[in-house]
Design a protein around this ligand. Structure first.
Ligand SMILES: Nc1ncnc2c1ncn2[C@@H]1O[C@H](COP(=O)(O)OP(=O)(O)OP(=O)(O)O)[C@@H](O)[C@H]1O
Ligand code: NI
Length: 345
């Protein structure tokens, strides 16, 4: 940071993302979700430091890439847009205001080289009459590739010649998604793709993203909208103060027995459809994190053990997590007290 301060924006995060599945990364504002996404894309500011590993596996003939250490030209040339598509937090910031959506899509197609190849050497050497059809074919192929991307994002083709300010929030979001989908990347990062959308559009945007996962893409959906996460995700990762404190199967997390980390429970209980009880207090400053559990100050279950930072174990980083689902081989036998009774009652 400027002024020589250091902030550990993300200090503990580990997860896998498989083709065809969606991981929702949830947590309050400022907990490090976007920093994590930026790290995966090599888009952190120049003075940021990273450690650890983020492994993009080899696929479709493309080699494996170590994202945190790959050099910028490699990321720019082969990863961003091509192997990892970014559905941005703010479509307004992502779209160029003075150009139509079609022009922006076509430009992206051209940049990614997914559009038509340059006219064949023979045509280029020929008469101008021979060259013109080649160019026209190229233009048509470019146009078709842009329209395919729009179609993938359910962006209406008859709005392609509009400027961003002539679009509703929902259509601007789809335009931004279409840009993210031009390269047909197998991994999509969607950072708060539903911010500012009304309920209906949230549902439609989320379902459109889910369809991309169902098509075999891997989807990392960053959101603080837990209802959207419930609608879309196979797995949930909960982040608090720069760490993933719980990683769970979405069905168990949103259903029974529910989240295991007290913070994750608090997030769910804060929802209007549930207890509607906000978590008291505020997250700690990332520049002044306690040595122990960062959530302890707000945690109803905190005790002396929390002065030591809990390491993740069995998907949860907490000294006194709520009980998880019973092991598959012992479905009835309960190993825990209190909460388990409440659950089975
Ligand atoms: N360029 C930067 N320089 C210094 N600190 C930064 C920078 N970018 C982010 N941070 C800090 O890192 C922390 C995490 O930010 P991040 O944007 O990842 O949060 P987030 O979880 O995505 O929140 P939101 O839900 O509001 O988008 C914040 O405390 C933020 O102030
Ligand atoms: Ni963010």
């Amino acid at each position: 940071m400027r002024g020589g301060h250091h902030v550990r924006a993300v200090s503990g995060a580990s997860f896998d993302l498989a083709p065809g599945s969606c991981l929702a990364l949830v947590g309050e504002s400022g907990c490090g979700k976007s920093v994590l996404a930026s790290a995966l894309l090599g888009l952190l500011p120049g003075n940021a430091e990273t450690s650890g590993a983020a492994h993009l596996t080899a696929a479709d003939g493309a080699p494996a890439v170590e994202l945190l250490t790959a050099d910028e030209p490699l990321l720019a040339r082969t990863v961003r847009g091509r192997r990892i598509g970014l559905v941005p937090q703010s479509p307004a910031a992502h779209l160029t205001p003075v150009r139509t959506i079609r022009a922006q899509l076509e430009e992206t197609v051209r940049e990614l080289g997914g559009g038509p190849a340059a006219p064949a050497a023979g045509a280029a050497r020929g008469t101008s009459a021979a060259r013109r059809p080649g160019r026209r074919a190229a233009r048509e192929a470019l146009r078709a590739a842009a329209e395919r991307a729009a179609d993938r994002a359910a962006f209406p083709l008859d709005h392609l010649d509009r400027y961003p300010h002539q679009l509703s929030g929902g259509l601007a979001q789809r335009a931004a998604s279409a840009l993210a989908l031009v390269g047909d990347a197998r991994l999509l990062l969607a950072d708060e793709p539903t911010t500012g959308l009304d309920r209906d559009l949230v549902a439609r945007t989320v379902d459109a993203l889910r369809a991309h996962a169902d098509d075999g893409r891997a989807l990392l959906m960053i959101t603080h909208d837990l209802a959207a996460a419930e609608r879309i995700a196979d797995h949930v990762a909960v982040m608090y103060a720069g760490r993933i404190v719980e990683h769970a199967d979405a069905a168990t997390f949103f259903g029974t027995p529910g989240p295991r980390h007290p913070y994750a429970r608090g997030l769910l209980d804060a929802l209007p459809g549930r207890a509607f009880a906000p978590i008291p207090g505020l997250p700690p400053e990332l520049g002044a994190l306690p040595d122990g559990c960062a959530f302890a100050a707000r945690c109803p279950r905190a005790d002396a053990r929390c002065a030591v930072r809990p390491e993740p174990s069995d998907g949860v980083a907490c000294h006194h997590p709520h009980p998880g689902p019973p092991p598959a081989d012992a479905p009835e036998k309960s190993e825990e007290k209190g909460d388990r009774r409440a659950r089975t009652a």
